[in-house]
Design a protein around this ligand. Structure first.
Ligand SMILES: C[S@@+](CC[C@H](N)C(=O)[O-])C[C@H]1O[C@@H](n2cnc3c(N)ncnc32)[C@H](O)[C@@H]1O
Length: 261
């Protein structure tokens, strides 16, 4: 039987008719979605794996292009994960620079890689997951070959969120940490007074707190609003935004920074 997060990984790629979904901004991604007249549309939100045939899409000199060309070689990364990780990393970096990054429930750990690549004031990055996907090692190998200096600073810890050390200087990121795993990430980050960013999913868990607000707004939105409120209640500054919905219907990003950070 599939565990919750396996189911979640599966459904996170699908579009939803949930009216709580913000459509999200248009972005740099539009450049990648173009195709030659009459040619098939290349969808950045596809779960198809990137392969060397996709390399031509990444013909620019941005970090995204460079990482895109590199991961195409590995033939193992679903397209949407590349773009999703990029969109999250750059929004996180707008609000918090410097310090270690902890990519919790990281899957392939690409958010950690993007943060470390873009923000050279990142002393180290930790990818945290009790069960890495089969190809995480392969992906790490191609990235480390291309960026050995960064590779030397990225660590993979096969543990759960409650076993990892969170420093006050850490930037904790969790993309699609299913259900109450997002809340565990928030609680542990707040306890450490660390900066945190979550892109929650799997709001169907019964025990998630909607603050009694589901009569006014979709339950998933209410749950995330309560999460933002919890951060505010302990003095965090909070920013909310959305990543493009064609990458994931679970596209609400919550960023929190404690006072003085
Ligand atoms: C839906 S996947 C998200 C993966 C990745 N962040 C992404 O967006 O592609 C959820 C991940 O949470 C991990 N996970 C499950 N329980 C966890 C725990 N207690 N602590 C940290 N990660 C956990 C799973 O192994 C899985 O890789």
């Amino acid at each position: 039987m599939a565990t919750d997060w396996q189911t979640c990984w599966h459904i996170c790629g699908r579009m939803s008719t949930n009216s709580g979904i913000a459509s999200g901004p248009r972005s740099q991604l539009d450049r990648y979605a173009t195709s030659p007249p009459g040619g098939p549309r290349w969808n950045p939100g596809s779960k198809q794996r990137l392969t060397p045939y996709d390399c031509h899409k990444f013909d620019g000199d941005s970090v995204l292009d460079e990482v895109g060309r590199t991961v195409c070689e590995a033939r193992c990364l679903p397209r949407k994960e590349l773009f999703e990780s990029w969109e999250v990393a750059r929004r996180v970096l707008r609000k918090s620079r410097g310090g270690p990054v902890l990519d919790v429930a990281c899957g392939h750990g690409l958010v950690a890689w993007f943060v470390a690549l873009i923000d050279r004031r990142t002393p180290f990055a930790v990818c945290v997951d009790p069960k890495f996907p089969a190809n995480a090692e392969r992906l790490a190998a191609v990235l480390s070959k291309r960026w050995p200096d960064i590779g030397a600073r990225v660590r993979y810890d096969r543990v759960g969120v409650n076993e990892v050390e969170i420093l006050e200087s850490s930037r904790v990121v969790a993309v699609h940490a299913c259900g109450d795993l997002t809340d565990q990430v928030l609680e542990r980050s707040m306890a450490a007074r660390a900066r945190v960013a979550v892109l929650p999913c799997c709001h169907d868990h019964r025990e998630l707190d909607d603050g009694g607000m589901s009569g006014w707004m979709p339950r998933a939105v209410a749950i995330d609003a309560v999460r933002a409120g919890r951060l505010r209640a302990v003095g965090y500054r909070v920013w909310t935004s959305t990543i493009p919905v064609h990458l994931t219907p679970h596209n609400r990003l919550l960023v929190g920074v404690p006072p003085g950070a």
